[in-house]
Write a protein that binds this ligand. Structure first.
Ligand code: ADP
Ligand code: MG
Length: 339
């Protein structure tokens, strides 16, 4: 089991990682999600031993790895740009780690054939890697990472350069492969759809800290902050002010009108909060609580994405006209208070 304890890293007096702690359990795929520049690649380099933390520990089964060099950690890495050796053919690329381990040639041959089959590239052994498509190159990179039987796999935005359809296909295969092999892995991306598709558990990295972690559905249902809701694109976020109590709920004033909601917080009048209007289908309604003028309508497979003059975006089954004033009824369960 991998465990990170209180990892800190600073570049040019700018703190990047400010105390990152998490564990990866046996067989688990953990996805580290964060904006570009949040320090995801740096964290992977620290785990791999390519970079030293300013403070904190990287442990495997309780053993601190500080004195263990990269090549002895037995962690596999797959990068966005594949980082294949252009002068070597497919088989030699896959065999690279095995040669480093001084595995016997007959064993290497067997293992390479086995791996090429695993990643769907049987028959590609003698091809030049420079002649392969992006998706094929990434399969070679995956086979190369798997070859030395790593005890942990790390993926750094591995599908970033591929188109959506190919991405989905490779994600499905990768998930099956990781679960079948039981190799624990850390998958880094800034793309939430990719994270949801591959992760057993997601961790959100923001301003140097893991701000929330859990199963994707749990994190989406209970975002811990406005930033999490924003980053995961859970819906419209509004700045609000507590105006007072009403029954067992609160009245919150926003630029788009007043909302009534119940939440577990102990608010005070005048307190600033955020309101999340969850991305759920809403209906036109003569006496809905939200009133606005339509400035844009985009057809999507499951309805219409409607933008109002106040910047809010809703998903409707029917298409209003641009310029029209509409009233919307928001389901109370879709209105959430966030700090
Ligand atoms: P991410 O992978 O989340 O996009 P990175 O870990 O690549 O983030 O980098 C985060 C920031 O850390 C970068 O924007 C850069 O400013 C800084 N950084 C990363 N590596 C170095 C380095 N070797 N020297 C100086 N600054 C660095
Ligand atoms: Mg990166």
């Amino acid at each position: 089991m991998l465990e990170l304890v209180d990892i800190h890293k600073t570049y040019n007096n700018q703190p990047l990682l400010k105390g990152v702690s998490f564990a990866v359990n046996p067989g688990e795929t953990v996805c580290l999600l964060g904006a570009s520049g949040s320090g995801k690649s740096t964290l992977l380099r620290i785990i791999a031993g390519l970079e030293e933390p300013a403070r904190g520990r990287v442990c495997w089964q309780g053993q601190d790895l500080a004195s263990i060099p990269t090549h002895q950690r037995n962690f596999g890495l797959v990068f966005q740009d594949y980082a294949l050796f252009p002068h070597l053919d497919v088989a030699a690329n896959v065999a690279f780690g095995l040669r480093m381990q001084e595995t016997a040639p007959a064993e290497i041959k067997k293992r390479v054939a086995e791996l090429l089959e695993t990643v769907g590239l049987s028959g590609y052994a003698t091809r030049r890697v420079t002649d392969l498509s992006g998706g094929e190159q990434q399969r070679v990179a995956l086979a190369r990472a798997l070859a030395p039987r790593p005890r942990l796999l790390m993926f750094d935005e591995p599908l970033g350069a591929l188109d959506r359809v190919l991405k989905d296909e490779l994600l499905n295969e990768l998930r099956r492969l990781l679960h079948a092999s039981g190799i624990p892995s850390i998958y880094v991306t800034h793309d939430q759809a990719e994270a949801f598709a591959i992760a057993d558990r997601i961790l959100l990295l923001h301003e140097g800290l893991i701000v929330q972690g859990g199963k994707a559905d749990e994190v989406c249902a209970q975002p811990g902050s406005a930033w999490v809701a924003h980053f995961l694109e859970l819906g419209n976020l509004l700045e609000g002010v507590i105006r007072g109590r009403e029954g067992d709920g609160w009245v919150v004033g926003t630029q788009a009108g007043e909302f009534r909601l119940t939440c577990g917080h102990a608010h005070q009048d005048g307190e600033n909060v955020h309101i999340l209007l969850r991305r759920e289908p809403v209906k036109l309604s003569a006496n809905g609580q939200l009133h606005g003028r339509v400035v844009d309508v985009i057809f999507q497979q499951d309805g219409y994405k409607v933008t109002l003059e106040n910047g809010l975006v809703f998903h409707l089954e029917e298409s209003p006209r641009v310029g029209e004033w509409i009233d919307l009824a928001l389901p109370p369960s879709g209105i959430q208070c966030l700090l």
